[in-house]
Design a protein. Sequence first.
Length: 397
Amino acid sequence: MWKNIMAAPEDSILGLTEAFRKESNPRKVNLGVGVYKDDNGNTPILHCVKAAEEILLQKEKTKSYLPISGDPSYAAGVQRLLFGTADEVIQSGRAATVHTPGGTGALRVGADLLKKFKPDAQVWISSPSWANHKGIFDSAGFCLREYPYYKSDTKKIEFEKMLACLEAIPERDIVLLHACCHNPSGVDLTPEQWRKVALISEKKGWTPFLDFAYQGLGLGLVEDRFAVELFALTGMDYFVASSFSKNFGLYNERTGALTIVSPNARESTVALSHLKATVRVCYSNPPAHGGLVVATILNDPALYAQWLGELNGMRERIVGMRSALVDGLAQRGVKGDFSYIKEQRGMFSFSGISETIVTWLREKKGIYVVAGGRINLAGLSTKNIDYVCDSIAEALA
């Protein structure tokens, strides 16, 4: 079957990790894959997660299937994270949530559902965006387009061009937006800019699809959901794909959620029925463990407070590494102003280093950076920051 078929190309990011594993340089540093690491270079299991697992171990009585949409307490907890405990969306029953295998699963379920009811729609994705966005929606059968977002030479959002493009998008189409911590640029819309985007969406009628993979790692748990709450005020239909890989450290549990917000409870019930039908033919029902861990934490006040503390610690460490990188390069007299890295949010930054430098860092120093110069700030630590700064300074000398 395969003798005349070419091998598929490696994933650009996961393939980089595989190359890193084979790297022989003892000082090697992985700034590629989007996984949080502590100052010792480990991806830790949060203490609140361990505590929740102990609770589950004691009370678990079955390994029977979850419902197609997942455990109801999980869906309720996700909605509180998205909208707040007293939000009108929850009280009026306008939100329908299903537990999915990670944020990627949420995006794919949403794509499959939208393709069924919007077969002629185009999906608009920011330029640049997470590489897998195109793969997911292309595989679902959509024609893909791009809207202007980040300009590499100014290190800023091309907002006026972005607005002009959004104004011209037809009503039938779908626009994928990063709710916070834009991947790969790290540059987010301001609240005022979000208001303008929401007004255009409301006026033109296209469907917003918010990718919300990093809640709590930008400005804070509440601050990061600004766009999600803003679109709720419009009364429009929109989608939110949540991931709990980063903010709960549940990478290998593949824990995510897809939430559809509708104008009223009746339409939300219809949306949920079709969500379930889509899930049923895709993976039937979700894996239990990660979702039950999240639900346990969100429904236990002590564990929830512990989680907030650990989440804040992760965010503050990333912010600290941003400052250490910028200050370290300045201290070494590197030409150019890298202060924009301090203004970016989340785990990622478009560092501004060229492809030539990216290749040189990998080949000469064992420092792995994604093509295009995107770096994962969580890959930096007090133990490797000097080596990284020295290496970049040498490369740019």
